[in-house]
Ligand binder design. Structure first.
Ligand SMILES: [Zn+2]
Length: 407
């Protein structure tokens, strides 16, 4: 299917994506889905997730292990041992739970505190622009009885980086992701806490299979050696280019990871609960509703059929819309793929949902988004279209169409 319409020359491929577009035979993800990125090195060249010789994606292969092979009792005992090693005797903080009041962070904090008698400090890098429902869930989280450290970066710098990341990478979420990934380890250093606990493992989406077999996150995702602190790429720009664009070293400090040396010396390690228990996102949702005051979206989330994930930032919809443009997979694809793997949907149902909702334009917060990054609609459209890879998109009249859709 890689031949072009004229049939003579192969179509151009952006971002180093696989030229032949394939969809997983079990779920609905395609082989264009990027694997985990070291976000502060991200220059838009993508490594895609693995597909095996039977046309099955790495995430589905992980779910074979998850449902049939992994010894969850053994892993549960390992979690108890880990927490026993870290639990404080005097009530001081013994674990950092990063999050902003989504279902997963609510679940992790509640589980650690109430089931395991830990003393979590919750840490928040707030969304770009809270939605009403996001703010309400964050408040409910605080009402749950945790201390919380929230860090609000210099908003001018944050908006400028978000604008540049949209223009240079079509990745407006990048500055948020950077801040959010680093706020946990940095706060751990500041408060002398060694243990950081996230929810889902990156093996769930097939983006980092090492996490299927090890509970600790590779420090390359959240540290840099001291000598390389300026060897970064943020919003598609090098340190010198960022400074030339008017950002100051102080502005940028919030997006640069902790030093490898400091993290090592302090003994800080990042774990995820998803290594220790059979993780099903829908169960976290029910748990968070029942125990933590979590409220789902009152209306269907644009671009998908679900109501309970990635609700708190008005930019969320643009994150998924930009993945739809760059990789041909949008929010409904991610949601349906996950629900098929966890046996909530058949593949047939998933395909129908993807074809109905994927790529739906996130109209609700469009003007907010344009105002936030300070560009007009014409520039937005022009930027979007410049990121459509010819091997994924064709133009028919005024309409852009995907060349390949899941079926
Ligand atoms: Zn799959």
């Amino acid at each position: 299917m890689s031949a072009n319409d004229a049939g003579d020359r192969p179509l151009d491929v952006k971002f180093g994506l696989p030229r032949d577009v394939k969809f997983c035979k079990r779920c609905v993800i395609s082989n264009q889905r990027p694997a985990s990125t070291v976000e502060f090195k991200n220059r838009n060249a993508k490594q895609a997730i693995d597909f095996d010789e039977h046309g099955i994606c790495a995430a589905c292969r992980y779910h074979d292990l998850k449902y049939h092979r992994i010894d969850w009792d053994g892993r549960h005992r390992a979690l108890e041992e880990l927490l026993d090693r870290h639990r404080s005797k005097d009530g001081s903080y013994d674990v950092i739970v990063p999050g902003s009041g989504g279902k997963d962070s609510m679940y992790v904090a509640h589980l650690l505190k109430h089931k395991y008698g830990m003393h979590p400090l919750t840490v928040t890098w707030p969304p770009n622009m809270y939605t009403d429902i996001g703010r309400r869930n964050f408040e409910a989280w605080l009402d749950g009885g945790y201390d919380n450290v929230s860090f609000h970066p210099n908003r001018r710098a944050h908006r400028e980086l978000t604008r540049l990341a949209f223009l240079n990478l079509l990745h407006p979420f990048q500055p948020f992701v950077l801040g959010q990934k680093q706020i946990g380890p940095k706060t751990a250093l500041r408060y002398g806490v060694k243990l950081i606990m996230y929810g889902e493992s990156q093996a769930e989406g097939g983006t980092n299979m090492a996490e299927a077999f090890q509970p600790v996150m590779d420090p390359k995702y959240y540290t840099l050696p001291r000598a390389e602190q300026h060897n970064v790429s943020i919003a598609g720009l090098s340190w010198n280019e960022l400074i030339a664009a008017g950002l100051t070293p102080a502005d940028l400090a919030n997006y640069i990871p902790a030093t490898h040396e400091d993290i090592l010396e302090a003994g800080v390690e990042v774990y995820h609960i998803g290594y220790y228990e059979l993780w099903r996102p829908q169960e976290k949702y029910y748990y968070a509703v029942e125990n933590c005051g979590f409220t789902p979206n009152p209306v269907r989330t644009e671009g998908t059929y679900s109501k309970y994930s990635s609700l708190d930032d008005k930019i969320d919809g643009f994150h998924y819309y930009t993945t739809f443009i760059k990789f041909g997979i949008g929010r409904a694809t991610y949601d349906a793929a996950q629900e098929i793997r966890n046996h909530h949907l058949t593949r047939e149902e998933g395909v129908a949902l993807v074809r109905r909702y994927d790529g739906e334009f996130p109209d609700r917060y469009f003007q907010d988004f344009l105002d936030y990054i300070g560009i007009d609609e014409a520039r937005f459209r022009q930027t979007i279209d410049s990121y459509r890879s010819p091997h994924l998109w064709r133009k028919s009249g005024n309409e852009w169409q995907l060349r390949h859709q899941v079926e």
